[in-house]
Write a protein that binds this ligand. Structure first.
Ligand code: WT7
Length: 572
């Protein structure tokens, strides 16, 4: 068909059809040392076992800081350092099952901390450093966080909320300076106190190793728990989908505060012993191309908003760089426009492989593979071992070409274990018998390719970041001028969606530009730098149901000039 992009080489997954028929999850077990009697622990499989063979001296991590200086760590070094962290945490009183947050910029200490926590049986809670104090507080209270590992400036950012965190016992500070509170320890002292030969704790497959907070359409962010057994799927998809090989240098641009940045920014590639590149700094087109070229990145995992920004930066810029070594590119997080796929073919002569999955799924589910034709705009086909469908309210699969709920047959290894302290929310994913309901609308074409249509709920995706309108509304109404707020995602060419807020003011406040700016700043510093409304509209009133719930659907339809739909529940 016109516009389809044929396979280039077979890649690690030689034949999709054959694998879909023959593959069994049990066949992946032999990849891991636990199948030969070692402990069962994702950190052991990602780091320690490589320190026992020739990979001991192989670079595991190129950590590039915001100033573009690089630090290199071998698997051997990371094994000993993370053991020090694990042992040091144990000496601080940390126990198996404790929730331990990592609130750090993307520096080498972040990787050391994550591995150390998981080694001692803790549940690591990585937090994006762009989160503000209120966002951290919500997550820490929900999970009853016991220890936070952070840096000096981020610690200072948290000072206003620390007293509210009843379960918090210790704070470990990277680059600690000045007088320290008695419950604080410097990261250096933690390492010093720790035993470099600490052995990873044996875990059960269904013990959680990580808690990722993610947003839904209602309520505050929920803690998604992923289990040690997720390694099976993360490992095989790193091979099939990321197409990783021994000699690769791999760069995942996602922050470990989000699941892409851990499942495929840390664990998946390290199970395979791959060298990874991590960059602390923000997006900048020239810098990104430079990193790809300078470090000889061969496999690159990124997101549509970044790719659109690179595309906007122009064809001349990309042609300044030698990107010949980039062998394989994947994308995730939001719809990948066909236009971007064609741009990459034109300028880099490389296919971009779209991948679909979620925080809750723990690993890839619907993807494109080197051995398969790409239909630009499609998310691809389910990975071997997984059954996906498009269903109606009753769980019946709808015919090809018909839109419905994107659904999966439960049972894939990396599926979340649960939502922390929120069983009702967990059960909602399974409200249609026999299926896991993802929250997306999609259709499947005649040949089994899946196409994304939109969210089935109010979740907003802005630059790939997942945001719940309720979190933003809650932050907005904390502002003294705001009476009520309704928040929607408004389609945007560059960012996919932007956050738009409709606000009614308290008596005595004037709808001025200055007030908009003040409200914006308020949300940025308290909630998260990316979560602020890029558009604010002051209104006289908000559409509400008789029970007082804001009807975001109506706000969105009005904004887009679409029919308002069923208004029978509208108040007036
Ligand atoms: C939601 C999950 C785990 C990956 C990072 C995002 C949207 C994800 C795609 C894609 C269109 C996508 C969906 C999904 N999404 N990948 N390839 N095409 N939409 O994880 O933050 O949990 O968000 O992101 O809406 O449900 P997340």
């Amino acid at each position: 068909m016109e516009g389809y992009i044929p396979p280039t080489s077979a890649g690690n997954l030689q034949d999709y059809e054959v694998a879909s028929k023959e593959f069994t999850w049990a066949s992946v077990d032999k990849e891991f040392d636990w199948s030969k009697g070692s402990v069962y622990n994702v950190a052991y499989e990602a780091i320690d076992r490589h320190a026992l063979n020739w990979r001991k001296n192989k670079i595991a991590l190129y950590s590039i800081n915001a100033e573009r200086e690089v630090q290199k760590y071998t698997f051997g070094e990371l094994s000993r350092i993370s053991s020090r962290v694990a042992s040091g945490l144990t000496k601080l009183g940390a126990k198996k099952g404790d929730r331990i947050f990592v609130y750090l910029d993307r520096t080498s200490e972040l990787y050391m901390a994550m591995m150390g926590i998981v080694k001692m049986g803790g549940i690591a809670g990585p937090l994006f450093s762009a989160l503000g104090p209120e966002a951290v507080k919500d997550r820490a209270l929900d999970s009853g966080t016991n220890i936070i590992i952070t840096s000096q400036y981020l610690y200072e950012r948290l000072l206003p909320i620390l007293d509210d965190l009843a379960d918090l016992r210790k704070i470990v500070i990277v680059g600690a300076s000045g007088d320290m509170d008695e419950n604080c320890v410097s990261f250096d002292d933690l390492l010093e106190s720790g035993d470099p030969n600490f052995q990873a704790i044996n875990m059960a497959p269904t013990d959680p190793y990580i808690i990722h907070y993610t947003s839904g359409s209602t309520g505050k962010p929920k803690g998604v728990l992923l289990g040690h057994r997720a390694m099976v799927q993360q490992c095989i998809t790193s091979r099939w989908v990321l197409d990783l090989r021994e000699e690769d240098t791999y760069w995942c641009t996602a922050d470990p505060g989000w699941v892409t940045g851990t499942s495929y920014g840390i664990f998946g590639p390290w199970y395979l012993g791959t060298s990874i590149v991590s960059y602390e700094g923000r997006f900048d087109a020239r810098t990104w191309y430079d990193i790809l070229q300078r470090y000889g990145v061969t496999v690159w995992y990124t997101a549509p908003t970044a790719l659109r920004m690179l595309m906007r930066a122009g064809d001349d810029l990309v042609k300044e760089f030698d990107l010949e070594r980039v062998r394989h590119i994947c994308s995730v997080g939001e719809p990948l426009n066909a236009e971007v796929v064609r741009w990459a073919m034109r300028t880099m002569n490389r296919r971009i492989h779209d991948t679909w999955w979620q925080t809750e799924t723990g690993a890839h589910l619907i993807c494109n593979y080197p051995c398969m034709t790409i239909r630009p705009g499609s998310m691809g086909k389910p990975i071997p071992g997984v059954i996906a469908g498009v269903v109606d309210e009753e769980g019946n699969e709808v015919p090809p070409g018909t839109e419905g709920y994107l659904a999966l047959r439960p049972g894939w290894p990396s599926m979340m274990l649960g939502i922390y302290r929120n069983t009702p929310r967990f059960k909602e994913y399974f409200r249609i018998p026999g299926w896991y309901i993802a929250g997306d609308q999609a259709y499947r074409d005649e040949d089994g390719y899946f196409w994304f249509m939109g969210r089935a709920d109010d979740v907003i995706k802005t630059s790939g970041e997942r945001l719940g309108p309720f979190e933003v509304e809650s932050a907005l109404i904390e502002h003294s001028a705001v009476a009520e707020a309704g928040v929607i995602g408004k389609p945007d060419e560059l960012r996919g969606e932007i956050v738009k807020a409709f606000i009614t003011l308290r008596p005595g406040y004037k709808p001025t530009e200055e007030l908009k700016e003040d409200i914006t700043k308020f949300v940025k510093t308290r909630l998260a730098y990316y979560a602020y409304p890029r558009e604010i509209e002051f209104v006289e009133s908000l559409p509400k149901t008789r029970s007082g719930k804001i009807m975001r659907r109506v706000l969105k339809a009005k904004e887009l000039g679409q029919p308002l739909g069923d208004l029978s529940t509208l108040d007036d």
